[in-house]
Design a protein around this ligand. Sequence first.
Ligand code: DOR
Length: 292
Amino acid sequence: LSRESVHLAGVPARNHLVLAAGVLGTCASSLSRVLHQGAGAVVTKSIGPEPRYGHAGPCVVVLEDGVMNAMGLPNPSRDFVEELSTLVNEPVIVSIFGGNPEEFHEVAGWFAEKAQAFELNVSCPHAAGFGAQIGTNPDVVKACTEAVKEWKKPVWVKLTPNVTDITVIGKAAEEGGADAIVAINTVRAMRISTGLRRPVLGNKFGGLSGKAVFPIAVRCVYELYEACSIPIIGCGGISCAEDVIEMMMAGAEGVEIGSAVVQDPEIFRHIGEELYAPDGISAREIVGCAHV
Ligand code: DOR
């Protein structure tokens, strides 16, 4: 690809590679470091209406082909506004969650000045009251999107793959005024320790990410591209330049990378070196080209 600054659904990004939500938590200096290491933009850990410690451990298990987590949306809530002060004018997308449209509206309001854009987390697979109850109901997804749009910032809506038809939810986000759809959040999953005879995660159930979910993410992006008219950001198991190209061919204008950062903290520089070339073609030429 040609190395170009891009407008990713309203966000002036430095390239097509965005740090996925959650991975580097709520620490401004880690987010800043990833930007310096070549990320085109970064998404924060999801921030909600009240501070939360999250689920009891173990919260993260690294598997052969992926990562399973049940963090439980730990976050400092409104205190994160202060932390974000060091990142003004940087391409930072603030991920937010709530239990209803009013809470989404309230949390977005705290960040309306500092965020370049919002990503609505309506898709955590294991947080009672915040995840599936919201992100599997098209009317609620539409209402949450409309509520946050009142702050006049670009709104990306991150969808769960844990539904029968993801396009129903994508279309609801679009109707609510979303500027982009991010697909996908983690796949609801479980492992059991045969030695301990109990689930390995403290919360029993969690969300699977990493290479294992890449084919699911490609399928979701492909379906959403056919059903919706707003940009799609592909997320789920991307770990090399070829994965980025494949995701774009499915219909993604940009991608988010999460689990791969755990294995390689400099993944953005490494993928960027492989993906971009002085004589490369424009991304426009490949986005959606697999729709034959
Ligand atoms: O897999 C996930 N884990 N997805 C989310 O949206 C939230 C996160 C958590 O905090 O548990």
